[in-house]
Ligand binder design. Structure first.
Ligand SMILES: *Cc1c(COP(=O)(O)O)cnc(C)c1O
Length: 462
C-alpha cells in the first residue's frame, strides 16, 4: 500500500503532463491544481481502501473530467421537447430576436437608464417601458419591477399595510414555487379577510365586510392554474370595481399571466387580457413579463396614476428594482405588440400559433432521420396524435393538438434519463408509459441536435 501511494504522481508532475499543461493557460493554474488535488485525494483513498492503483492515463482522464465540470456553466441550454410552452422549470418564455439584440446592446454600453438626456440630469428607470405599456393597455400609468410575486407584495405593502384586504375564499391560491396568497398578504402587512365559499361568492359578501376604517383594498386573483367548475358563482370584475369605487377603495387584480393578445383565435379558451381588466374598472392590475406576454422575467403593475405614484414611493421598490437588461428586452417585446408582429416575432406566440401540418412534418422528419441510421432501421418509432399545453400558470386544462414522436423501448425512464445526459440535454415527456417528443416547443434550428441526442440516448440507454 505504501509503495503504491509513493507511486502516485505529484501535483507538479501532473502539471507538466502534455494534456494538462496547456489547460493552465486556458483556465488558469488554480483551477487545474484544484482538479489535480481532488483526483489525487480520491486515488489515495482508493489505494488505502485496498484497491489497486489506477494507471496514470486514468488519473489524467479523471482530472480532465473534473475540470470540464468546474468550468461549464451550471446554467446551460436544454431542448424542451415536452410540449409545455411556458415551462417554469425550463426558463419560461424564450425571447424574440429583437429582445435578444436589445439586451445585448444595453449590456455592452452605457445607457440613459436613469439619466434624462434632455435635462442633462438624473432620470428614472421606471419611465422606460411605462409609455409602451400604457399605450398597449389603456392604463393611466405603469411601473415594472423584478417579477409578479414582487409586484403583488409591493402593491399590497404600499396600499394596504395594516389594513384589511378582502378576497373571495376561492382565490386563496398557491401559484407554485411557494407563492401563496395568504402568505404574501401576511408578508406585506395586510390583513386577509376572506369572503364567500370555495365555489360561490357574491358581490354582497364583499360589501358586508367593507369597513371604512379598516378596509384597504379589494383583491381578485386570477385562476391561473386551476379551475372551479359546476355550481359556482363569482362577482364580475365590473361589479367589484363598481363596489370598490362606491366606497372609494382601490380594487386590485393579480392577473398572473396577463396576456395582451386574445387566445381564442388559437383554439384556446379565453385568457383574460390586461386591457379587459382595466376596461372593466380594475384600478390596478399586476402581471408577469415572462408568461403569455413572452418577454423577460418582470412584474408589471398597471392602472391608476395616483396608485402607481404611491407604489413608486414605497421603499420596497428599491429592493425589487428591475434590471436594465430586462427593461431593454421588455421594451423590444412590447414594441412587437404595438407593431402587430407579436405572433410572428415572439416565440411563445409562434409556438401557440404553430400549424399542425408543420408540426407533423417535423416529427416525421425526426423519425426519418433516425430510421436512416442502419442500427435504428427497425426501431419502433411512431408519429402520434398528442397535445401540447401553454403552461406557466395560464389556461389550465387547455390543450393544443400536436403530433409527437414516440419511441417504444423496454425502459422509457432509462431513455429519458439518457436524453437528459445528451449535449445539449433533451427534456422529453412521459405519458402513459410512452416517451413523447413534441416539436411544438423545439426550435426548428434544434432539430438536428434533437435527432443526435436521440441517437446518443438510444445507443447508451440500458
Ligand atoms: C405566475 C403568477 C404569479 C407569480 O408571478 P411571477 O412573475 O412568477 O413572480 C403570481 N400570481 C399569479 C396569479 C400567477 O399566475
Amino acid at each position: 500500500m505504501q509503495a503504491q501511494l509513493r507511486q502516485l504522481p505529484s501535483v507538479d508532475k501532473l502539471l507538466q503532463n502534455d494534456q494538462l499543461a496547456p489547460l493552465t493557460e486556458i483556465h488558469g493554474r488554480v483551477l487545474v491544481v484544484d482538479a489535480i488535488r481532488t483526483v489525487l485525494d480520491l486515488a489515495r483513498q482508493r489505494i488505502m481502501a485496498g484497491q489497486s492503483m489506477q494507471p496514470a492515463a486514468a488519473l489524467v482522464e479523471a482530472i480532465l473530467a473534473r475540470l470540464s465540470v468546474t468550468v461549464r456553466p451550471s446554467l446551460q441550454p436544454v431542448i424542451n421537447a415536452t410540449g409545455v410552452i411556458i415551462h417554469t422549470n425550463l426558463g419560461r418564455a424564450l425571447l424574440s430576436q429583437r429582445a435578444q439584440q436589445a439586451m445585448l446592446q444595453v449590456a455592452s454600453t452605457y445607457s440613459n437608464l436613469e439619466y434624462d438626456l434632455e435635462a442633462g440630469a438624473r432620470g428614472s428607470r421606471y419611465t422606460h417601458a411605462a409609455d409602451l405599456l400604457c399605450r398597449l393597455t389603456g392604463a393611466e400609468a405603469a411601473v415594472v419591477v423584478n417579477n409578479n410575486a414582487g409586484a403583488v407584495i409591493l402593491a399590497l405593502s404600499a396600499l394596504a399595510k395594516d389594513k384589511e384586504v378582502i378576497i373571495s375564499r376561492s382565490q386563496l391560491v398557491e401559484i407554485g414555487g411557494g407563492f401563496r396568497i395568504p402568505e404574501i398578504m401576511a408578508q406585506s402587512g395586510a390583513h386577509l379577510v376572506e369572503v364567500g365559499t370555495t365555489n360561490r361568492t357574491y358581490r354582497q359578501d364583499f360589501e358586508q365586510v367593507i369597513d371604512l376604517q379598516r378596509t384597504g383594498l379589494l383583491l381578485s386573483v386570477h385562476y391561473s392554474n386551476y379551475q372551479i367548475i359546476g355550481f359556482t358563482t363569482q362577482p364580475t370584475l365590473a361589479e367589484l370595481a363598481e363596489l370598490a369605487q362606491s366606497y372609494h377603495l382601490p380594487f386590485m387584480e393579480d392577473l398572473g399571466s396577463g396576456t395582451l393578445l386574445d387566445t381564442v383565435p388559437f383554439g384556446l379558451a379565453h385568457e383574460p387580457t390586461i386591457q379587459e381588466s382595466l376596461a372593466a374598472g380594475v384600478d390596478l392590475v399586476t402581471a408577469s413579463g415572462d408568461k403569455l406576454l413572452g418577454g423577460p422575467q418582470a412584474g408589471l403593475i398597471l392602472g391608476r396614476a395616483a396608485l402607481i405614484e404611491q407604489i413608486k414611493k414605497h421603499p420596497l421598490i428599491r429592493a425589487l428594482r428591475v434590471d436594465k437588461i430586462t427593461l431593454a428586452a421588455l421594451q423590444a417585446t412590447l414594441l412587437a405588440y404595438l407593431e402587430g408582429k407579436a405572433t410572428i416575432e415572439i416565440p411563445v406566440w409562434r409556438m401557440i400559433a404553430a400549424d399542425l401540418a408543420t408540426l407533423t412534418r417535423r416529427a416525421q422528419n425526426w423519425r426519418r432521420a433516425l430510421r436512416s441510421l442502419s442500427q435504428f432501421a427497425n426501431l419502433p418509432l411512431q408519429v402520434v396524435d398528442s397535445v401540447s399545453t401553454v403552461g406557466g400558470g395560464s389556461l389550465p386544462g387547455q390543450t393544443l393538438p400536436t403530433k409527437a414522436l414516440t419511441v417504444t423501448v423496454p425502459s422509457v425512464d432509462a431513455l429519458a434519463a439518457q436524453l437528459r445526459q445528451a449535449d445539449p440535454p433533451v427534456i422529453a415527456r412521459i405519458d402513459n408509459g410512452q416517451l413523447l417528443l413534441d416539436p411544438r416547443t423545439v426550435l426548428p434550428e434544434q432539430d438536428k441536435a434533437l435527432v443526435a441526442a436521440l441517437e446518443y440516448a438510444l445507443t447508451t440507454a440500458k
